[in-house]
Write a protein that binds this ligand. Structure first.
Ligand code: NAD
Ligand code: IPM
Ligand code: MN
Length: 350
């Protein structure tokens, strides 16, 4: 029997609510695959920060490293909360883990599941994956402010794109396209961001020589948002930078049934540190404590986690169960966070 050591960071607001359901499902599915799951809960997020000033102590980071994978809910407070300045948790916890553990593939699948109502006309087929770069771009914090609070204040935020960083994520995206429908779309803004855009375009052109069976397409990010709504079936694998990937994956979630269904994995494909799985959504302070949070995105993220750990059959079992559950969700009936988790957990166990 195999034992998996899983670090669980529930985080803030609905984060712990949805991760509890994902852990429930993991615990329910594991025994059928001769696997035991040893979970360690890490109490990180707004409460810890407000009580102690700690965001992610080095000692905790070292402990996280010593796990097979990490399951995260969400961190961050209510936008505008004066006690919780923006970025403290997002940068200090979430991005720090992504950067320290070299999560260069931020994997965000988008699929319109049977029975899920699409907001798009004509119920188009939607099944694509966004490979979002996870360690560079505008997220690295390269910049600063001078002459703060004067009329001459100057703020810069410089996007970092390295040949190494772009090459490795582009290669990963080509491999995924090869294993899927053989189409890769680079999304960028090369008509304006000529420096970084040039590196991304040249990298895709160069790597494409090694993948003659993959068709390459390119869209400017603004046009990509049009096609995601008007013609989502044109996408198979999308590769893009950190910020564009963040923005288009919320849109991708919205066109495939909502943010409550969108899963993601922060993957270190080289295995030099544990990968981290989390819903695409945030901590949703507006619905915390009401039982309205949909745990499906967290549960599907747990399926990505199983797949990453080589438990492909268990992952498929969770996904199939979620699909069956989604197909039975009928308009008008509402279930609580725990009711959805219980329903999926009891189904995967049988
Ligand atoms: P959000 O994703 O938390 O919420 C946006 C909207 O989606 C809200 O109306 C919310 O109620 C709804 N929603 C989100 N998850 C849902 C779910 N599972 N079921 C049903 N409805 C759901 O985005 P936001 O409001 O911009 O951010 C809130 C906080 O979360 C901020 O502090 C932000 O920085 C943080 N955040 C964290 C992560 C993360 O930890 N990975 C991701 C995004 C945002
Ligand atoms: C996400 C979130 C994060 C991101 C924030 C909270 C740092 O929006 O996971 O999509 O922008 O990557
Ligand atoms: Mn986001």
């Amino acid at each position: 029997s195999r034992s998996i050591r899983l670090a669980v960071i529930g985080g803030d607001y609905i984060g712990p609510e949805v991760t509890a359901e994902a852990v429930k499902v993991l615990q329910a599915v594991a025994p059928s695959y001769d696997t035991t799951l040893e979970t360690t809960d890490y109490d990180l997020g707004a409460n810890r920060y407000l009580a102690t000033g700690e965001v992610l102590p080095d000692k905790v980071l070292a402990e996280l490293r010593d796990h097979d994978a990490i399951l995260l809910g969400a961190v961050g407070g209510r936008p505008g909360d004066p006690n919780l300045p923006p970025g403290i948790l997002e940068r200090g916890l979430l991005l720090r883990i992504r950067f320290e553990f070299d999560h260069y593939v931020n994997l965000r699948p988008s699929k319109l599941f049977p029975g899920v109502p699409s907001p798009l006309a004509g119920e188009p087929e939607i099944d694509f994956v966004v490979v979002r770069e996870g360690t560079e771009g505008l997220y690295v914090g390269n910049g600063g402010v001078v002459r703060k609070d004067t009329p001459h204040e100057l703020a810069t935020e410089i996007s970092i794109n390295t040949a190494h960083g772009v090459d490795r994520v582009v290669r990963d995206a080509f491999r995924r396209a090869q294993a899927r429908r053989g189409k890769l779309t680079l999304v960028h803004k090369t008509n304006v961001l000529v420096h970084a855009g040039g590196l991304w375009s040249r990298t895709v052109d160069r790597v494409s020589q090694e993948f003659p069976d993959v068709t390459v397409d390119y869209l400017h990010v603004d046009a990509a948002t049009i096609f995601m709504v008007t013609q989502p079936d044109r996408f198979d694998v999308i590769v893009t930078d950190n910020l564009f990937g963040d923005i288009i994956t919320d849109l991708a979630a919205a066109v495939t049934g909502g943010i409550g269904l969108a899963a993601s994995g922060n993957v270190n494909p080289d295995g030099t540190a544990p990968s981290m799985f989390e819903p695409v959504h945030g901590s949703a302070p507006d619905i915390a404590g009401t039982g309205k949070a949909d745990p499906t995105a967290a549960i599907l993220s747990a399926a990505l986690l199983l797949d990453h750990l080589g438990l492909a059959d268990a992952a498929r079992r969770v996904e199939d169960t979620v699909h069956a559950d989604l197909a039975e969700r009928t308009a008008g009936t509402t279930r609580t966070t725990a009711e959805i988790g219980d329903a999926i957990a009891s189904r995967v166990a049988t």
